[in-house]
Ligand binder design. Structure first.
Ligand code: Q46
Ligand code: ZN
Ligand code: ZN
Length: 313
């Protein structure tokens, strides 16, 4: 297998793009691929201050690497969830983020949930919900709150996450199987800032296959934490990924076509944007000031208040 650009030995064959490339040309191609995604979806410009949520996994660290290479002004945000039960997931992923930031002289915000709120996410979930798989519900609620809190407090223009094409296709598959109109209307590479206080959000890797971000990390020698969060096991998004990978193996380019056709159908008006909860009326939460559609207290404040009450009783 030869590189299509220089005819030297190829290190990756991307059947979905009908393209095989050597290490050097793959890195250049992938950086350009992400740059084109940023431009095509009007995600942000070189004047914007960007805040990237980093988890210590390959996607967010690869995205940080590419954004810095492309000249974007990007700080990181690491949220320590205190998940250290079966494996020291949080401690080890924190270490990867700190090391990457230090090595590349980048600024990394850190929020430690057990220190800030008094309980780790798994311990808080035990107080809050009966079933183990609801840990992710509390985790997601807490992460969304902290992301928006830090982005607003430090006046970042855009909040970024490292979701890749496999993540987006898997979520899209779940939303489609269940015909969740509200979520289909909301799923997008970009969510604009809202006057009610939500920071603009963007996913610059949404057109990148997971296999491509892995190849980028390996070739560039980016040290990342390889293990999944222990609570991810059994999640529907993971089983959807396995299913979609099987189809992709038979039909190269399937995931890309599925996701990009969805985006095109949305642009053509298939989904009524008013279905999205982004258009609901929001007002500031009386406790934390973040936008909420609840009458007074947001879900985050209400949930954590109940957790702390049940811990102390
Ligand atoms: S970190 Fe949190 Fe995920 Fe772990 S507890 Fe679930 S939601 S699986 S992205
Ligand atoms: Zn080459
Ligand atoms: Zn609140």
């Amino acid at each position: 297998m030869r590189c299509r650009r220089c005819d030297s030995k190829a290190v990756i064959n991307m059947r979905q793009h009908k393209l095989s490339l050597c290490a050097e040309h793959f890195i250049a191609w992938f950086q350009d691929h992400v740059a084109r995604t940023i431009e095509r979806h009007h995600m942000f410009s070189k004047d914007d201050r960007l805040l990237l949520a980093v988890s210590g996994g390959k996607d967010s660290l690869v995205l940080w690497d590419i954004l810095i290479h492309l000249g974007y002004n990007t700080d990181g945000l690491y949220i320590n969830l205190g998940i250290n039960e079966e494996i020291s997931y949080s401690d080890q992923s924190a270490e990867k983020c700190f090391r990457y930031a230090e090595k590349n002289h980048l600024f990394l915000h850190q929020v430690n949930i057990p220190q800030k709120y008094g309980l780790s996410i798994p311990d808080a979930a035990k107080k809050s919900y009966r079933s183990k798989n609801r840990t992710c519900a509390l985790c997601g609620l807490t992460k969304r709150h902290v992301f928006n809190e830090i982005a607003t407090k430090y006046q970042y223009d855009v909040l970024l996450t490292g979701h890749n094409l496999d993540d987006e296709a898997s979520v899209l598959f779940g939303n489609t199987v269940n015909w969740l109109g509200k979520y289909l209307a909301r799923q997008s590479p970009v969510l604009e800032a809202s006057s009610s206080g939500f920071t603009k959000k963007a996913k610059p890797l949404c057109r990148a296959y997971e296999r491509e971000t892995t190849a980028y990390a390996i070739i560039k020698g980016i040290s990342y934490f390889e293990q999944e969060c222990p609570f991810a096991a059994g999640a529907t998004t993971l089983s959807n990924k396995v299913l979609l990978n099987d189809i992709e193996a038979e039909t190269p380019g399937f995931k890309q076509r599925f996701y990009l056709s969805f985006l095109k159908a949305k642009e053509e008006g298939l989904f009524d944007p008013s279905l999205s909860d982004r258009n609901t009326d929001f007002q500031p939460c009386s406790r934390c000031g973040q936008p909420t559609s609840n009458p007074e207290v947001c879900n985050f404040c209400r949930t954590w208040e109940n957790i702390l009450v049940s811990r102390d009783s």
